[in-house]
Ligand binder design. Structure first.
Ligand SMILES: [Zn+2]
Ligand SMILES: [Zn+2]
Length: 358
């Protein structure tokens, strides 16, 4: 409403004030603009990129409230919001897309040119607070565009729905939307964190014949096996396999060294998909002539190139029909009070997703 007093919401949030320093404090969230939705956060998964941002190795924007793998219940909507009313259960997709640029129109909202151009909506102690990944999910409330919300079916618990927003979207999306894994094919996956395990789920769903997971932590290898990996190895063991004949290799560990090994392990004419998030100045080296002559395809992947309404809906249906075990990713829950330590130290290696419930 033009001229109406701007109401705001004061809520509790984790604030990373500087690299390695996290406080639980009150923040102020602006009231929803016309196309925005205020949600009461039910759950936010701790993703590797949240930990990297808190450590100062991903972005140098501080103070920031990170957290982006978020679900919740709508509490307030802007005047022009048509798809949701207070009380609706939603999961947040990281699109924040405009809906009408060349990328949105061609079915790639994750590449939208104006995804990250939102104006500051949060403040802390009177100064602007960066809304991490456009969500700031480690808080009791979050303000996001309507276009970034996807309805969650009643039968899906919100703490399970949360992991769809990043891990599942990225991993399953990489398989179904980016790599187009074929039935009977040979797949290798570097890293068995939330995203790597989601790749395993997607590869199994696609009918891959072989899914080899490369992961140093035994507990994570065991989880990969449970989800359908046909073989799990440590990075050293993989080297001694001397196997470079995979149709598709996914790199989710986020190291440029393993990205290079993933490219090497891809067969001639095969596809390498890079999903991990190394620090911004790191570079991958490719043997140029070998790459040309081997006719490999090297693909990037941002949040699985998902179209959230269509894709999340099918993930939820596959979960409800027992074909996509979303719940396998949620290995424990934590309160907002406990989450400060998780952000600074990172979750223990045997956890996949610790879900924070404010
Ligand atoms: Zn994430
Ligand atoms: Zn757009």
């Amino acid at each position: 409403m033009e001229g109406a007093a701007v109401m705001s919401t004061t809520t509790r949030a984790l604030v990373v004030t500087a690299p390695g320093r996290v406080e639980l404090d009150e923040i102020v969230i602006d009231s929803p603009r016309a196309t925005e939705v205020l949600i009461e956060v039910a759950a936010t998964g701790v993703c590797h990129t949240d930990v990297s941002w808190a450590a100062g190795t991903l972005y140098d924007d501080f103070p920031v409230t990170p957290g982006h793998e978020t679900s919740g219940v709508v509490v307030e909507v802007g005047d022009a919001v048509t798809r949701f009313v207070p009380g609706d259960r939603v999961v947040i997709a990281l699109t924040h897309h405009c809906g009408h640029c060349r990328y949105c129109e061609s079915g790639h909202p994750m590449l939208c040119a104006s995804r990250t151009s939102q104006r500051p909506r949060l403040s802390w102690r009177g100064e602007a607070l960066t809304q991490g990944f456009g969500v700031a999910g480690f808080a009791a409330h979050a303000l996001v565009p309507e276009s970034s919300c996807v309805a969650v079916p009643e039968a899906v618990p919100l703490e399970i729905a949360a992991v769809v927003g990043c891990a599942i979207a990225t991993g399953v999306g990489a398989v179904l939307n980016i790599a187009d894994v074929q039935p009977g094919s040979r797949v290798a996956v570097w890293g068995a964190g939330g995203i790597g395990l989601s790749v395993v789920m997607g590869a199994v769903l696609s009918g891959a014949d072989e899914v080899v997971v490369v992961e140093p932590h035994a507990a994570r290898r065991a989880r990969a096996t449970k989800l359908g990996a046909t073989k799990t190895v440590t990075p050293d063991q993989f080297e001694s396999l001397n196997d470079d004949d995979f149709d598709t290799v996914f790199e989710s560990a986020g190291y440029t060294s393993t990205m290079e090994r993933a490219i090497d392990a891809t067969r001639r004419g095969g596809t390498t998909v890079l999903l991990g998030a190394p620090p911004p100045d790191h570079e991958v080296r490719i043997k140029a002539l070998d790459f040309v002559a081997s006719q490999k395809r090297l693909l990037g992947c941002i949040t699985g190139d998902v179209s959230p309404v269509t894709d999340f809906d099918r993930y939820f249906r596959l979960y409800l029909h027992g074909r996509l075990p979303l719940d396998a990713l949620v290995t424990s829950t934590a309160s907002l009070d406990d989450a400060a330590t998780l952000l600074v130290d990172g979750p223990p290696a045997d956890e996949v997703r610790v879900v924070v419930r404010p």
